[in-house]
Design a protein around this ligand. Structure first.
Ligand SMILES: O=C(O)CC[C@@H](O)C(=O)O
Ligand SMILES: [Zn+2]
Length: 452
């Protein structure tokens, strides 16, 4: 017998440890139980139970988050959506798809492709992440440059609020100017306002065949001129950068040999529309011109889909390859044009204050988004290292403030950046967020202690 009956629940140690945390490793997993609702109605029942018994609920998707947004370390009940993974409807007229929140994003992409359509929001962990979580975190990823973030694809949401109300937000409509669009408040809300149980997502036509260029920059100052030229000359889907150290970690983890010979400080994977011979020629012409101008030192272009995937691996495998070093992550953004200047200033700051720490740089430079991963030296405990990371943060975030950037470009706030929200959002904004939270969740049932 469990108080959650007839809703399935687990309380064994292994399940609590598994469902109580995300990809971060700084907080212990200590939920009271994990529950697995199978419908919106069962989520409503859980909210009613939480109100009656004073329980706190942590909405939980694929838990691939990197800011502790889905961590349950204070006796909360984890509400896993993983049993709600039905595709409810696929509409090919106004291309779109309605699904339950627990549908893995990789599965959504696959189902769209099978129907001759395309869901373009993509990132390395897409296969293990879930639709609801991707909406609650407004996931970005590798093709934001061309297709925007998850927000741009959400056409409707079913949400259970903290009073057990079921909201049908926007109902898949393209046009609906009827007051405040509450759907957009839910997107990126990191589970503090309600539980998303179903969503209608827009789909699009697939792009033509894609090719990939792997390029090595002569130096930091070459990145923006190269980006500008390539963007003007090709139809880009992605422009993703990484440093030399990233390659060493990926090579170490995968055992692959990096396909370029010379040593460059920075590299990029560039994906572009390649419907025929002309675009390959155009790409090569641009490459030669940029090499002659002294911006590019090395490069190669994919000749097949398999090769394109191999080149992508050098960017996509970075996060996983460095995870054994429990990195202290910073997911920062500034205006795109200011990225090199910002990176340079940050790099100097870290080497000055923490010369003993290794930093791996990579990110979505075409979106102004840098992932700065400070690696934990082998002989440091996770606790001491986390404390050192926090000590460094004010300096990093002062710089972010000076550059009028964001302390969390795409990974959200969760537990990791909660104390740092004020560097990017004003007092008035944070106070309004609290009031909005109180309106949706007056008793503070959802995801306590996260975001603000
Ligand atoms: O691990 C990171 O810091 C970034 C993870 C992800 O956002 C990526 O771009 O690969
Ligand atoms: Zn990223």
């Amino acid at each position: 017998m469990s108080r959650f009956d007839p809703i399935e629940s687990l309380t064994d140690d292994e399940s609590l440890a598994h469902y109580g945390r995300d990809w971060t490793r700084f907080w212990p997993a200590r939920p009271e139980a994990v529950v697995f609702p199978r419908s919106t109605e069962e989520v409503v029942d859980l909210v009613r139970l939480a109100r009656r018994d004073g329980l706190k609920l942590v909405p939980s998707g694929g838990r691939t988050g990197l800011s502790g947004g889905a961590v349950a370390s204070s006796g909360e009940v984890v509400v896993s959506l993983e049993k709600m993974r039905e595709l409810v409807e696929l509409d090919t007229t106004e291309p779109g798809l309605r699904a339950q929140a627990g549908l893995p994003v990789g599965e959504l992409q696959r189902r769209a492709t099978e129907a001759g359509l395309y869901y373009p929001v993509d990132w390395a962990a897409a296969a293990s992440s879930q639709l609801g979580g991707s909406i609650a975190t407004n996931a970005g990823g590798i093709r934001v440059l061309r297709y925007g973030m998850t927000r741009d694809w959400v056409q409707g949401l079913t949400v259970v609020t903290g009073t057990g109300e079921v909201l049908e937000l926007n109902r898949g409509l393209v046009k609906n100017n009827t007051g405040l669009d509450l759907r957009h408040l839910m997107i990126g809300s990191e589970g503090v306002l309600g539980i998303i149980t179903e969503a209608t997502m827009a789909l699009t036509r697939p792009p033509p065949e894609q090719s990939v260029l792997l390029i090595g920059f002569a130096g930091l100052s070459s990145i923006m001129p190269v980006f500008t030229e390539l963007r003007a000359g090709l139809t880009l889907s992605a422009f993703e950068f990484f440093d030399r150290r990233s390659i060493e970690y990926v090579a170490g983890a995968t055992g692959e040999d990096f396909p370029l010979d010379g040593e460059c400080p920075y590299y990029a994977v560039v994906e572009f529309d390649d419907p025929g011979q002309a675009s390959q020629e155009r790409a090569l012409e641009l490459f030669e011109r940029l090499a002659e101008a002294g911006h590019l030192a090395d490069g190669t272009i994919s000749q097949s889909l398999t090769q394109a995937k191999e080149l992508w691996r050098w960017r996509e495998a970075i996060s996983e390859s460095i995870s054994p070093m429990t990195p202290y992550k910073n997911d920062l953004s500034v205006r795109v044009s200011r990225v090199p200047e910002f990176l340079d200033a940050l790099d100097r700051l870290v080497s000055e204050h923490y010369p003993e720490f290794e930093v791996v740089w990579f990110g979505h430079i075409g979106d102004g988004n840098l992932h700065m991963n400070v690696l934990r030296p082998e002989d440091w405990s996770i606790g001491n290292f986390h404390a050192a990371g926090r000590e460094l943060s004010p300096r990093v975030f002062e710089l972010v403030r000076q550059f009028e950037g964001s302390v969390s470009a795409e990974h959200g706030v969760g537990l990791l950046k909660r104390e740092d929200l004020h560097y990017t959002r004003s007092k008035a904004e944070i106070e309004l967020m609290r009031q909005i939270k109180a309106a949706f969740d007056p008793e503070g049932i959802f995801n306590p202690g996260k975001v603000f």
